[in-house]
Design a protein around this ligand. Structure first.
Ligand code: AHG
Ligand code: MN
Ligand code: MN
Length: 353
């Protein structure tokens, strides 16, 4: 057996363990401006929130009152899980007395949460989905948290947060945490997409991959085919195409973050289309689709509503939903081509009447 003290210890291990998230964020900015330091500090607080949620998830099965439903219904009209509320409160707690973020907007809160003591200094708003994929929480399958960082514009004195109703190009940063076999944090501040893995023995997120690129095509298509008869005909046209052509495989976990992460790394497309009854679909723009669209474009992929670029879409209200088609450029374009073809077909039919 090889003599252990001659075992090769990768020379990068010490340096690598020092490539922490806050250091990496600072390096994204060529100068150490106040904004660069703010964003680095904000990302560090998000990492703390991620560690607290990850710890709770890893023990939830052994903790009374951690799993299951609260019995409440949220502004989305959805039943709320106890973990949704716990994670929502974690993000609030990590930003109190931080001087960083003065407004939090969450899937779980009808109106933004203000932290007035931060406002004079911290002119940022964090929008977030505290637990994405809640249906997976009680069965120990992957869930995520999604976040989007915006600059507060104006004073918002009436607390209506109208300045948040702008397109996704206004985002300063975005990312998600994937609570899976390991806890992975993926982020962008507009200079590429980078992933970090939580090292529980250090309590630090350590750099795993820099400048991630989505392949321009991939085999995976990811959507809930249980909605087949509720979709517009154009989406059924697309599904019939991938069913009949070699080289496609279906993957769907019921949690957007996990499904997107697969596509970010391996290529393919995720869809949550609108339906005839609910043309706007299920996913929320400001704290689910827009942050992921920012990541997708930064990684060389694409994101659309099916008919327009997702990051150009201007919401009418805080919890606005839109259809989502996101992933490899060629696969997003393929879905869009079926939507365009069906629209052309319907227009021609209409003209004949
Ligand atoms: P959330 O748990 O934050 O409400 O998000 C759930 C979303 C998304 O994560 C997932 O892709 C989608 O809901 C699944 O919806 P269906 O169960 O209708 O497929
Ligand atoms: Mn969600
Ligand atoms: Mn959620």
């Amino acid at each position: 057996m090889e003599n252990l003290d001659q075992a090769v210890i990768p020379e990068f291990s010490l340096d690598r363990d020092c490539q922490t998230l806050s250091q990496h964020v600072l390096q994204q900015f060529s100068d150490f401006t106040t904004q660069a330091q703010d964003i680095s500090a904000i990302m560090n607080r998000i990492a703390l929130a991620a560690k607290l949620v990850s710890r709770r998830l890893s023990r939830a099965g052994l903790m009374a009152g951690a799993l299951g439903f609260t019995g409440e219904t949220n502004v989305q009209g959805e039943s709320v899980k106890k973990m949704d509320i716990y994670a929502n409160d974690v993000f609030i707690s990590v930003f109190k007395r931080s001087g960083l973020v003065c407004r939090l907007a969450s899937e779980e809160m009808e109106k933004p949460y203000y932290i007035p003591e931060n406002c004079p200094v911290g002119r940022y708003t964090l929008l977030y989905d505290p637990i994405d994929g809640s249906s997976n929480v009680d069965i120990n399958l992957n869930v995520g948290s999604i976040f989007s960082l915006r600059q507060q514009e104006g004073d918002d004195l009436d607390e209506k947060a109208q300045d948040l109703l702008q397109n996704g190009d206004r985002q300063i940063g975005a990312g998600y945490i994937l609570y899976g076999p390991s806890t992975v944090l993926v982020y962008t501040v507009g200079k590429g997409v980078h992933s970090f893995v939580l090292d529980p023995s250090l309590g630090e997120f350590i750099l795993a991959e820099e400048n991630i690129n989505i392949p321009n095509h991939g085999p995976v298509y990811s959507l809930n085919e249980g909605n087949y008869w509720q979709w517009d005909e154009s989406i059924r046209d697309y599904i019939r195409y991938v069913h009949r052509h070699e080289g496609y495989t279906a993957r769907y976990s019921g949690a957007l973050v996990g499904d997107f992460h697969r596509i970010l790394l391996q290529g393919g497309v995720f869809l949550y289309p609108g339906t005839v009854e609910k043309p706007e679909g299920k996913l929320r723009l400001l704290y689910e689709s827009a942050p992921l669209a920012f990541l997708a474009e930064q990684a060389g992929g694409a994101a659309s509503t099916g008919t327009q670029r997702l990051l150009s879409y201007v919401p009418q209200e805080l919890h606005q939903r839109t259809p989502l088609v996101i992933g490899s450029t060629k696969d997003v374009q393929l879905v869009e081509s079926f939507i365009q073809e069906r629209a052309r077909h319907d227009a021609e039919e209409k003209a004949l009447v």
